[in-house]
Design a protein around this ligand. Structure first.
Ligand code: ADP
Ligand code: MG
Length: 701
């Protein structure tokens, strides 16, 4: 065989060919030898012991036996053919069976030779058998180094049909690694290797596939996971440097009249220490002449809006306009009203632009925006339409960011000759690891303190059998003048049924709390926008006691007098959604409550979610549990969420490694921003290779 390099496509390997290489690409994304080598075992089995058929018992999850396959035959019937073989360990015999890939198996099964058989024993009609066992020639088994620990690889049915189940992959990978190993060079700088006490790259790649001991296997895995996280952090940090330090930003050097007047005369409360700290961080960015790209995380109610407003006033003092983009019309409307109220008679013009601002009003807004007569434009997606042209946009605030896609954010950049400063605000706390990756190219500020005087929300879990008690509690709260949210799940897959539940729920509430003594509102996605707004309005003004709704009220809505949130079928909601919903209460001076209703028959994950909600109000803690339960991709939402593709590392398991990787990447870049130095050549090349394979590692935030 010609020389095999890490970059050699797998189809050129002996014994692979077009069919298997197609399967490798489409099933596992493996194109080159390096990809193959980086297909790490997901666990190791201890294969040091041989069992006897007579010794098999029900507690064995898998057994390994030594013996001979005495006969094998293909049996046709029913749903295709299968293979039945007889295995003899010298004392007794048992059946081995294959239900898939029969033709390939019958051709390749080593009959009348010493073999090692490994698999999960099943008891059928009083006899043990094994379905789809691994079978390997004893001579191969013995030749293999690191005999004790046996790597197990993930595979798929299609690969299995091509003979590339775990063991087939193991064999292929073993061959490739010995051929390629001489060409594997170190990528990480010496100081990083020393600091982290890492195994060398070549040794690690060999050891993961041939581990002499569990400890060595772990060390090798850690080295490879660290490398991946380190390269990712270098990419993100380089990108961050590019959009901040290399891209000129508008300089807001002045703290002028608008900011000062508001701060000293209009601000209705003292800022929390967290708000002050974040403002300092923002002002630091704005005064550098570089471009700000900042993520502001703050739990619901932590007071992000006023931070955004103060930043917008800084922009005005320096002659620039701001935009504030919200995910829904209701929220945009609330922002408009909230900002106007806070600003009072100040000479700051705030306008609204949403889909429902039409005709003459829209024309006026657009015209005044262009001439610079509007200081702050609040709106929805409508803001990023090409027809919306700012005279001088200096700051783009994006509220509740997770609803906006990356591409939409990028459009904001194009609204101004010099890219506006970007402030992304999110009320969904993001686990630290995700903040360091999905938003690794943004600077992060955290509002980790609620304004004073808030009483922590009390959360309880009740099953349907306690419903009468819950209704009585609602009646008492309403008697004290409070208002209640009652939320039903509505998910697309079961929309019709869910809608029926919602309507049934509404009717039973109206029966329990009849008019005219009680006023019950309802809001859901099938209503016309104007009806929705009318119902919301009624609730906001305190004219309705109970608002029955789907999750449309999830984000941002502010009704301080609402003190009870009842969530029906709470087991069907995700943690972050539950947390968001709960954040709708606890905004006023009264003690607030959240009641999680569920059936009594709960799965393990659902139980954990509800327990977590009852235990803590801390959004960051909730986010961590959420990520453990669902994995990083789902926590962030869709593909475009920006959770990077990782091949060997895992954001949940490798949290501590990630922090070190980020820290060391920062150190290396501080020394050598372009990685131009001699000692970083290999690193730069590794980075380029990694980027080619993972296009989603860099994006515009
Ligand atoms: P969120 O971070 O969820 O967007 P808001 O900005 O809507 O939070 O603030 C929630 C409420 O807290 C608002 O009524 C706001 O006026 C009030 N608030 C914000 N900061 C403070 C503060 N430092 N002291 C007292 N109340 C505050
Ligand atoms: Mg908000």
């Amino acid at each position: 065989m010609a020389e095999v390099l890490p970059s050699t496509p797998v189809e050129f390997l002996k014994g692979v060919g077009p069919k298997r290489s197609d399967a490798l690409v489409s099933e596992l994304g493996i194109k080159t030898c390096m990809d193959l080598i980086l297909h790490l075992p997901f666990r190791y089995e201890d294969r040091s012991e041989f069992h006897k058929i007579s010794g098999i018992h029900g507690e064995h999850t898998a057994v390994q036996m030594l013996g001979v396959i005495t006969q094998a035959k293909e049996v046709r019937g029913g749903r295709g053919s299968r293979v039945i073989a007889v295995f003899d360990d010298g004392e007794a015999t048992m059946e081995l069976q294959w239900f898939r890939g029969a033709q390939w198996i019958i051709r390749n099964l080593p009959v009348q030779k010493q073999v090692v058989v490994y698999g999960k024993p099943n008891l059928y009609k009083g006899k043990w058998n094994i379905a789809h066992p691994e079978v390997e020639l004893f001579s191969h088994f013995e030749n293999r180094k690191g005999n004790g620990l046996h790597p197990v690889y993930s595979s798929t049915e299609r690969l299995g049909r091509q003979g590339l189940h775990s063991q087939g992959l193991a064999k292929l990978i073993r061959n490739v690694i010995s051929a390629v190993q001489p060409a594997i060079t170190e990528t990480l700088p010496d100081r990083v290797i020393r600091e982290m006490k890492l195994m060398g790259r070549s040794e690690a790649l060999h050891t993961v596939h041939h581990p002499p001991s569990p400890q060595k296997a772990e060390q090798a895995q850690i080295r490879l996971r660290f490398e991946e996280l380190f390269l990712l952090q270098l990419t993100l940090l380089q990108h961050k440097n590019m959009v901040t330090k290399d891209l000129p930003g508008v300089r807001f050097a002045e703290v002028g009249e608008a900011f000062n007047t508001f701060y000293h005369e209009r601000l209705p409360f003292e800022l929390t220490d967290a708000q002050k700290r974040v403002l300092r961080e923002i002002r630091g960015d704005l005064n550098t002449g570089w471009h700000m790209n900042r993520l502001l995380q703050g739990d619901v109610g932590s007071g992000k809006t006023v931070v955004a407003l103060l930043t917008a006033l800084l922009a005005k003092d320096n002659g620039y306009q701001s935009s504030i983009m919200a995910p829904t019309e209701i929220l945009a409307q609330q922002h408009l009203e909230g900002l106007r109220e806070m600003l009072g008679p100040m000479d700051v013009r705030v306008e609204l632009l949403t889909g429902s601002v039409k005709g003459k009003a829209r024309k006026t807004v657009l015209a005044d925006l262009k001439t610079g007569h509007i200081d702050i434009l609040v709106g929805t997606h409508a803001l990023i339409e090409p027809t919306v042209v700012f005279g001088k946009l200096g700051l783009a605030v994006i509220d509740e960011q997770h609803r906006f896609g990356v591409a939409q954010r990028a459009k904001l950049w194009k609204k101004s000759k010099v890219a506006p400063h970007i402030l992304v605000m999110t009320a969904t706390p993001i686990p630290r690891t995700l903040a360091m990756t999905a938003y690794g190219d943004l600077d992060a500020s955290i509002l980790d303190e609620l304004p004073p005087g808030r009483k922590p929300i009390q959360t309880v879990h009740r099953t349907d059998s306690a419903r009468l008690g819950v209704f009585q509690f609602l009646e008492d709260q309403i008697a004290e003048g409070r208002q209640v949210y009652l939320v039903y799940p509505l998910i697309e897959e079961s929309a019709t049924l869910d809608h029926k539940d919602l309507m049934d729920g509404y009717e039973s509430i109206v029966r329990r709390f009849p008019p005219p003594k009680y006023q019950i509102g309802i809001v859901h996605g099938r209503m016309k926008p104007e009806d929705k707004t009318w119902e919301m309005d009624r609730f906001v003004k305190g004219q309705a006691n109970i608002l029955v709704a789907t999750t449309v009220i999830e984000v941002g809505v502010n009704v301080p007098n609402a003190s009870v949130m009842v969530i029906e079928s709470a087991e069907r909601f995700g943690l972050s959604q539950l947390h968001q919903l709960r954040g709708r209460v606890g905004r006023g001076a009264n003690q607030s409550y959240c009641v999680l209703m569920s059936s009594s028959d709960l799965g393990q994950d659902a139980r954990r979610r509800l327990e977590t909600m009852c235990r803590t109000n801390d959004g960051f803690e909730i986010a961590e549990v959420d990520m453990e339960l669902r994995g990083p991709g789902d926590v962030m939402g869709t593909q475009q969420s920006g959770v990077p593709d990782l091949k060997v590392a895992d954001l949940v398991r490798d949290r501590p490694l990630l922090s070190s990787a980020r820290y060391l990447a920062q150190e290396v870049l501080a020394d050598d921003p372009q990685l131009g130095r001699e000692e970083h050549i290999a690193l730069r090349e590794a980075l380029e290779t990694a980027l080619k394979a993972r296009s989603n590692w860099v994006r515009i935030s």
